[in-house]
Design a protein. Structure first.
Length: 134
């Protein structure tokens, strides 16, 4: 309510309608609500950046799509690559946060994305992707 009226100058229903419209059109809306049952489809900017990178988009395209700077996109991709590398080596999610300094919630989202994209067709892209991690 506060966001819709104080910041955007519109009512809550208008904001909800607009968010639904853009989400249906495939536009990333970071503050849209998603049910727990639909968690696999929920992603934050870092996860969205990693997903778009895995789908073959360049970092410049991702930055433009998400309205983020190229430096942020690069850091999102590197964090995801670190999590993938640790997951591939058998490190558990509880220890990944200590190594990567990435929040546990984001690690869980990265691992869901990794699970989704860890297919034979995308193995080479994931392999190249994990090599970018420092």
């Amino acid at each position: 309510d506060l966001v819709s009226f104080d910041i955007l100058g519109c009512g809550l229903r208008t904001l909800q309608r607009d968010v639904a419209h853009f989400a249906a059109a495939g536009v990333f809306v970071p503050f849209q609500r998603v049910s727990l049952n639909d968690r696999k489809q929920r992603y934050t900017y870092p996860v969205a950046a990693a997903k778009l990178y895995l789908e073959g988009r360049s970092q410049q395209e991702i930055a433009a799509t998400l309205y983020q700077s190229a430096e942020f996109v690069d850091s999102f991709i590197r964090d995801f690559a670190k999590v993938v590398r640790l997951a591939s080596s058998g490190i558990g999610p509880g220890h990944m946060g200590t190594v990567t300094q990435v929040p546990e919630v984001l690690i869980e989202e990265y691992l869901l994305l990794f699970k989704e994209y860890n297919t034979p067709q995308l193995f080479m892209r994931l392999d190249l992707f994990t090599r970018t991690a420092r």
